[in-house]
Ligand binder design. Structure first.
Ligand code: RIB
Ligand code: CA
Length: 307
C-alpha cells in the first residue's frame, strides 16, 4: 500500500526534483505540501509549490508556513544556489490556485491526527513549521508514522558553513527543539546526500524521456550544477531532497545509526548537528550509508515516466 506523505518544502531546485519524484512513485500517495522559507521566501515557496503542482496537473492542498525562523532574524534567500525565483533560469507562471486558509503548523497537526500512525512527513527545508507543529500539539511526532528530515551532517562537514548544513543552519533553534522533544525521526543529511551526485548527463537523458517535467528538471539542474562547479567539490549536483523522499519509501537503501542529537545555535559553529548522548531527546535514526546507485536509479526510472 502506498504511504501517505506530506512534504514541507522551500522550492528550490532539488525540492522540485523531490516533488516530481513523489508524484511519479506509485509507492507514494502525496496528500499535501506545506511551505517554508530557505531557498526562497515563504511567499515565493507557496507560489512555486502551486506552480509545480499545476504544471504537473496535480490537485492537492498547499498550506503556507511561517515566514521567519523560531528565534533568528529572517535570512535572504539562497539565490546564488537556486536563482532569484527558486528554479534557476526557469520562468515561472503565476499559479491559478491558492493556499488553504490554515497555516502549515495547524494543517500538519490536523493531518497527523486525521491519519494517525499512517502519515509520513518529509521536511526538505528549515524545520520551523515542524517545530511549531510540535509546539501546538506535543503528540504531533507520535501521531506520525515517520518524520524523515533532509538536513544536518554528522561527519560530512557543512555546505553553507564549514560545519553547518543549510536547512539546519537556517533555523537551528527549531532543529534543536525537534531533536530534544520529537520522536520517530530519521535524518537524511549530507553524510549520505553528498554521495548521491548526478552529472548533467543524467538530466539530459531524463529530458529526452520526459520532455515537459523532465525537461524542466534538466533546465533547473544546469543552473544548480553551475553553482556546484563554482564550489568545485563535485562532478554534478547533490540529490539532497530527492534522497530524503526516497528514504520515505525505500529506507532499506540506507544504513542508519541511532544518535541523540543537539544543534549549536550561536557563534561560528551555529547550525552544526552534534551527536550528544546527554540530550534529553529520543535517538534519531541518522543515515550514514547509502546505496547511491540504487537511489539514482529509482529517481530517474520513476521521474522518466512523467509527461
Ligand atoms: O542542504 C541541502 C538543502 O538545502 C536542500 O533542502 C536544499 O534544497 C537546500 O534547501
Ligand atoms: Ca529544500
Amino acid at each position: 500500500m502506498a504511504i501517505k506523505l506530506i512534504i514541507d518544502t522551500d522550492p528550490g531546485i532539488d525540492d522540485a526534483m523531490a516533488l516530481f519524484y513523489a508524484i511519479s512513485d506509485p509507492g507514494i500517495e502525496l496528500i499535501a505540501l506545506t511551505t517554508v522559507f530557505g531557498n526562497v521566501t515563504t511567499t515565493q515557496a507557496t507560489r512555486n509549490a502551486l506552480f509545480l503542482l499545476e504544471t504537473a496537473g496535480i490537485d492537492i492542498p498547499v498550506s503556507e508556513g511561517l515566514h521567519k525562523p523560531r528565534e533568528l532574524l529572517a535570512y535572504p534567500p539562497s539565490s546564488h544556489v537556486h536563482g532569484t525565483e527558486g528554479f534557476g533560469n526557469l520562468l515561472i507562471e503565476q499559479p491559478k490556485g491558492q493556499a488553504v486558509s490554515e497555516s502549515a503548523p495547524e494543517f500538519l497537526v490536523e493531518m497527523a491526527r486525521a491519519h494517525k500512525g499512517e502519515l509520513v512527513v518529509c521536511p526538505i527545508g528549515p524545520l520551523t513549521n515542524i517545530a511549531a507543529a510540535l509546539d501546538l500539539d506535543p503528540e504531533f511526532c507520535n501521531n506520525l508514522k515517520r518524520l524523515v528530515i533532509m538536513g544536518g551532517s554528522l561527519r560530512a562537514g557543512g555546505n553553507i558553513t564549514p560545519v553547518a548544513e543549510a536547512n539546519i543552519y537556517h533555523d537551528p533553534h527549531a532543529a534543536d527543539f525537534l531533536f530534544r522533544h520529537g520522536s520517530n525521526i530519521t535524518l537524511v543529511g549530507l553524510d549520505v546526500t553528498n554521495r548521491v551526485i548526478c552529472s548533467r548527463d543524467y538530466f539530459r537523458k531524463l529530458a529526452e524521456q520526459s520532455p515537459i517535467l523532465g525537461g524542466m528538471v534538466n533546465q533547473m539542474a544546469d543552473f544548480y550544477i553551475d553553482f556546484y562547479e563554482t564550489v568545485g567539490k563535485f562532478e554534478g549536483c547533490g540529490m539532497h531532497d530527492p534522497s530524503a523522499l526516497i528514504n520515505c519509501v525505500a529506507p532499506d537503501l540506507f544504513v542508519t545509526e541511532d544518535h541523540k542529537l543537539s544543534v549549536i545555535c550561536c557563534g561560528e559553529q551555529s547550525g552544526e548537528t552534534i551527536s550528544d548522548s546527554s540530550s534529553v531527546g529520543e535517538a534519531v535514526k541518522v543515515c550514514v550509508g547509502v546505496d547511491a546507485d540504487a537511489v539514482k536509479k529509482k529517481f530517474f526510472e520513476n521521474v522518466a515516466k512523467l509527461k
